[in-house]
Design a protein around this ligand. Structure first.
Ligand code: AMP
Length: 127
């Protein structure tokens, strides 16, 4: 399946340094920064530096090094921000929206890490 990457999306602009961000972590292949409109006390976005539209695009086409780096950086943030259950903390949720049904706003793959408060059930069932 072809993925059309729009290099004018906001995260591409952040990666090019055209828009500021509050960086939480950075590595060779990955950038993590504070969400501009946080839904919880901890709300970080983790993005690959490569041009991937969504999770399945990233997982299918990124190199093993990019995929490993992305997840290592994300995991380290969970510990460093004090939400990892492995560290005896209260936990967090990772979310990755893809496409229209998930209301993906920015078409550059990103993982939300949210925590710092009870987050409730994952999804509401339709009424
Ligand atoms: P999604 O709906 O999964 O595509 O989420 C996009 C997220 O990007 C939202 O939570 C926005 O608050 C966040 N966002 C949009 N623009 C920026 C920005 N310039 N800096 C940080 N976060 C942003």
């Amino acid at each position: 399946m072809p993925y059309a990457y729009d290099d004018q999306n906001i995260f591409a602009k952040i990666l090019r340094g055209e828009i500021p961000n509050k960086t939480v972590a950075e590595s060779d292949h990955t950038l993590a920064f504070a969400d501009i409109n946080p839904a919880a006390p901890v709300h970080v976005l983790v993005i690959p530096k490569g041009a991937y539209v969504c999770f399945d695009h990233f997982a299918a086409e990124a190199s093993d090094a990019e995929i490993a780096d992305f997840h290592r950086v994300a995991a380290r943030i969970c510990v460093e921000l004090g939400v990892s259950p492995g560290d005896g903390k209260a936990g967090y949720r990772t979310i990755s929206n893809a496409g229209a049904d998930a209301v993906q706003e920015v078409p550059h793959y990103h993982m939300h890490i949210v925590g710092g408060r009870p987050l409730g059930q994952m999804l509401q069932k339709p009424a």
